[in-house]
Unconditional design. Structure first.
Length: 234
């Protein structure tokens, strides 16, 4: 019975987490536990435990006497997250370049090719990220750092990557410049396989910073997020 309960909790956790990262549950949105129980078909206990785990990851906020809410996204958090992710992601990548072998290179090539063949936008809703693309994107970035020999760096990187995916999901419909993500990924992959740590780190930093610039430009210049829960914190 305990194993079954843990399995249901894990399923509820993965489903709610996926909805948050894809922004099907919007930043700042109130989470109605009864609706989740009804929609997912899981027990109240499994859903509560899943939300507790997501709270510890910073994706959900527990409000005293009010329940749960999807964590808001803010300009100041985005800027801090981007800076921190650049530090960790580039260090993981440099470490992987130092330690990578032929299998590591093959993983980068295959995942980069796979990613280039999948549309970023959801075919049924261009304002949303294609879930197949998001999964392939995760595999590509994971392949890049897979030869890193520091488990702690990789764990920190994974947490930052998940947080960043929410911002990526929000940025897609706001990208008036239509960035060439495929070219960005190819530049990172080519530099990594070429064992050029400097070029790989520069390409990675520019890749990560562009999502931040798209969102901030939308807020500051276009006001596109004024009705959404992204704001500059003091």
């Amino acid at each position: 019975m305990a194993a079954k309960t843990q399995n249901l909790t894990a399923q509820a956790y993965e489903k709610v987490r996926s909805d948050i990262l894809a922004c099907r549950l919007r930043p700042g949105e109130k989470i109605k536990i009864s609706d989740l129980v009804s929609a997912l078909g899981f027990s109240l206990g499994a859903v509560r435990e899943a939300l507790s785990r997501l709270t510890s990851e910073g994706l959900v906020v527990a409000e005293p006497n009010k329940g749960y809410r999807v964590a808001s996204i803010t300009q100041s958090e985005l800027e801090d997250l981007t800076k921190t992710r650049i530090l960790i992601e580039c260090r993981c990548l440099e470490n992987a370049i130092e330690n990578g072998d032929l299998k590591w290179e093959t993983g980068i090539v295959s995942t980069q090719f796979e990613l280039s063949r999948i549309s970023l936008q959801d075919p049924d809703d261009p304002d949303r990220v294609n879930e197949d693309w998001a999964a392939a994107h995760n595999r590509f970035h994971t392949a890049l750092v897979s030869a890193c020999n520091s488990p702690w760096l990789l764990r920190i990187r994974e947490t930052l990557f998940a947080q960043s995916e929410r911002y990526r999901s929000v940025s897609v419909p706001l990208d008036s410049r239509k960035r060439d993500v495929t070219a960005e990924h190819k530049a990172i992959a080519d530099a990594a396989i070429g064992r050029d740590k400097t070029a790989a780190s520069i390409a990675m930093r520019e890749h990560l910073e562009l999502t931040t610039r798209i969102l901030i430009d939308a807020v500051v210049n276009d006001g596109a997020l004024e009705t959404k829960p992204m704001h500059k914190q003091s």
